[in-house]
Design a protein around this ligand. Structure first.
Ligand code: UDP
Ligand code: MG
Length: 322
């Protein structure tokens, strides 16, 4: 086991938060999480992953870890992105129950007791479902909603709408999650795939406490592409459907030109020919692109590289006195 702990030394709770350039919110985040944990009682750890931050995030984590033995700081060698940084934290954490939360206080840690209560009633996963999203632009809300609808239609797994990764999971669920070797991770979908009793807890998502979103449009699009390719092969099959439609249209044109030939009209034809070439060419490149998107991910997966690289781990003196 990590750091020489045995299985029975597990804290009752782990709180895992990935942090990228979050020095502005971290002290407040830690203060609020710590006071929630104090209220709950029992053993706990707070695992903070520094995802290659460029600001003073790591120094803040180290400083805070000096004052609170529950804090474990994990420093990655470079920025790996939210989902992989989170995976690093989930790999390091040892709790019986694990709370996944963003460090920017958009998800209130004060919901933890309510989540624990639902888990005590037999839930395997309690996920936060957003009722309102404060301080997010109309575009972010509209694109997020379109994304959840699209993924809902494309995948077989029931991925609940308007959820992030904010959730409490059991050790059993986490162990299954960690056994899934995907490089392009869409963790909320992977947790949904695992199954068990998954229960929502409605909440209002706050605006960021400080700093700005690390998910610009380009990253959101990449994330959406990862989610779709990881959970659905429908886009790959789309070429089949389009092929059938094209074949039907082509056949209709063939009949039309034979009839025209028999009746003695010659075809003017240039415009329709150019249109057909453009359309077919476009479709073929689109389909090649879709195949490429899957092939690229298959290639990256086949390399079997580690998902993240850890530089150092500090703190986590566990039961030792402060
Ligand atoms: N984050 C990270 N690595 C990154 C980008 C983000 O660890 O490359 C963390 C970030 O510090 C935050 C969480 O992931 O705790 C969610 O990011 P953010 O709040 O920017 O996303 P949004 O809430 O706007 O979707
Ligand atoms: Mg955020």
């Amino acid at each position: 086991m990590l750091r020489g702990m045995s299985q029975t030394d597990r804290p009752a709770l782990s709180v895992v938060a990935p942090c990228f350039d979050e020095e502005g919110v971290l002290p407040e985040f830690i203060r609020r999480v710590a006071s929630v944990l104090d209220g709950i009682g029992g053993t706990a750890e707070i695992v903070l992953v520094d995802d290659g931050s460029r600001d003073g995030t790591w120094n803040t984590i180290c400083r805070e870890a000096q004052g609170d033995p529950r804090i474990v700081g994990v420093r990655l060698m470079r920025n790996h992105g939210h989902q992989l940084a989170l995976t690093a934290g989930l790999t390091v954490c040892r709790g019986e129950r694990i709370l996944i939360i963003d460090a920017d206080l958009q998800d209130p840690p004060e919901l933890l007791p309510a989540m624990i209560a639902l888990m005590d009633q037999g839930a395997d996963v309690v996920y936060g479902q957003r009722r309102a999203r404060e301080g997010e632009s109309l575009f972010k809300r509209a694109s997020a909603s379109a994304f959840y609808r699209l993924i809902g239609r494309l995948t077989d797994v029931d991925i609940p709408a308007d959820t992030g990764d904010f959730r409490l999971v059991t050790r059993r669920v986490l162990d299954v999650l960690l056994a899934m070797p995907e490089r392009h991770r869409f963790i909320r979908g992977m947790v949904a795939w695992i199954g068990g009793r998954q229960v929502p807890l409605l909440y209002d998502r706050k605006a960021r406490a400080a700093g700005e979103t690390k998910y610009p449009l380009s990253k959101m699009i990449r994330f959406a592409a990862d989610a779709i390719t990881a959970f659905s092969v429908v886009p790959l099959m789309a070429s089949m459907t389009i092929g059938w439609v094209m074949a039907a249209v082509g056949f209709a044109f063939f009949v039309y030109s034979i009839v025209g030939f028999v009746l003695g009209h010659t075809m003017p034809g240039w415009t329709s020919l150019m249109a057909a070439i453009g359309l077919l060419g476009g479709m073929q490149f689109l389909m090649l692109g879709i195949i490429g998107a899957y092939l690229g991910r298959l290639f990256e997966q086949s390399k079997g590289r580690p998902l993240f690289t850890i530089r150092e781990i500090v703190g986590g003196r566990g039961g030792e006195p402060k």
